[in-house]
Design a protein around this ligand. Structure first.
Ligand SMILES: NC(=O)c1ccc[n+]([C@@H]2O[C@H](COP(=O)([O-])OP(=O)(O)OC[C@H]3O[C@@H](n4cnc5c(N)ncnc54)[C@H](OP(=O)(O)O)[C@@H]3O)[C@@H](O)[C@H]2O)c1
Length: 338
């Protein structure tokens, strides 16, 4: 089968950073599905893993953790999904990625893809949607069934992949007032299209912009960008007894004591936790993605694919890596076809 892999960790401009190769088709066992991959999307995690370092791999390392495809074989213990199903999933960071014609994935983190979306549009959703969902409803405990109309959420980095879905989930299904951050006219417009009630600029003082909106603080903050850079702002604008969730590793030790006076709940979200540690509740990702398919097909949630390329090959993947590394992506970039 065709696959795109790396052996060395090089800048994306280098033609050797991602290479087209042939691999054997793997075999599905246990709870695994063998998926014929039709479309993939690229996330910053791919570029972070690929980023230059001296190590050299013994065997080709395949990246890619967002896919849509058709199940062509199932392991003997599979019960949630069947052969022929069209599925979408983010996958497991501890296993080979989906930048390959055929891919193995545990059925507990997979769901039937939204019928109303193309393969490419469906591949744009899983990783960012799971991250946003887990951040809002599991880490920060926003009550999906409650009345949230008096609650406010600040999404820092609203126009990226995770921000786009966090804005939609919070405003369209949980009913919060959502303030997103963006720094350019096009990213501001994108946040508004996703459902943000207001947009402030993350390169200017966020507290004073919130104050201009009549807000002295916010109940929840999801930080989808530089945790260290935005930490003091989060301390300043979070409501006493509010909640903050961060998804980007800090580079320095975080001054957590600053959150004590306000009794703020701080959490990390890592979308791969369930698969990495095979947690007892890892099937929750199957349920979340199933619910998201339903919400997309009924028209409540929209797709976030904003740029599409074809085919899935090393040249196109390298180009997308370079674009993502610029840090200005609106929504998602997807690749489809072989
Ligand atoms: N923990 C997890 O499970 C998890 C899951 C997914 C992603 N992540 C991480 O989360 C980060 C975001 O990923 P993503 O795919 O959502 O988006 P992305 O594509 O990296 O985000 C691009 C957006 O970032 C905004 N941005 C640039 N500089 C900013 C700044 N200083 N402050 C706030 N926003 C800024 C840009 O907005 P403007 O152009 O308007 O400036 C742009 O729209 C990445 O570091 C990724 O690795 C973590």
């Amino acid at each position: 089968m065709k696959a795109i892999a790396l052996m060395r960790y090089l800048p994306a401009e280098d033609p050797e950073s991602l290479i087209d190769i042939e691999l054997d088709i793997p075999e599905a066992q246990g709870r695994d599905l063998l998926v014929r991959v039709e479309a993939v999307s690229v996330n910053p995690v791919d570029t972070k893993i690929r980023s230059p370092k001296p190590e050299v791999e013994d065997a080709p390392k395949v990246l890619g953790w967002d896919a849509c495809g058709i199940v062509v074989a199932t392991g003997s213990e599979v019960s949630l999904i069947k052969e022929g199903d069209r599925v979408y999933y983010a996958g497991d960071i501890t296993r080979p990625g989906c930048n390959a014609e055929f891919h193995l994935v545990d059925e507990r983190i997979v769901s039937i893809a939204p019928e109303s979306l193309s393969d490419a549009e469906a591949a744009a959703l899983p990783l960012t949607t799971l991250t946003a969902w887990e951040s809002l409803f599991e880490r920060m405990h926003i009550n999906l069934d409650g009345d949230n109309s008096q609650s406010t959420l600040l999404v820092i980095g609203g126009a990226g992949g995770v921000g786009s879905m966090a804005i939609q989930l919070a405003s369209k299904i949980a009913g919060l007032r959502v303030i997103a951050t963006a720094s350019r006219p096009e990213s501001t417009a994108w946040c508004e299209k996703m459902g943000a009630d207001e947009v402030v600029n993350h390169h200017r003082d966020i507290a004073s912009q919130l104050s201009e909106l009549g807000l002295s603080d916010v109940d929840y903050i999801l930080c989808c960008n530089d945790t260290d850079m935005h930490f003091d702002t989060m301390v300043e604008v979070i409501r006493p007894q509010g909640a903050i969730c961060c998804i980007v590793d800090s580079k320095a030790e975080l001054p957590m004591n600053k959150l004590k006076a306000k009794s703020v709940r701080f959490s990390w979200e890592f979308m791969f936790t369930r698969a990495k540690f095979q947690t007892a509740d890892m099937v929750e990702q199957h349920h979340i993605l199933s619910e998201v398919s339903r919400l997309v097909d009924e028209g409540t949630l929209s797709g976030t694919a904003n740029q599409q390329r074809s085919p899935i090959n090393a040249e196109n993947l390298r180009a997308v890596h370079m674009e993502i590394e610029e840090g200005r992506t609106l929504g998602k970039i997807v690749l489809s076809g072989w």
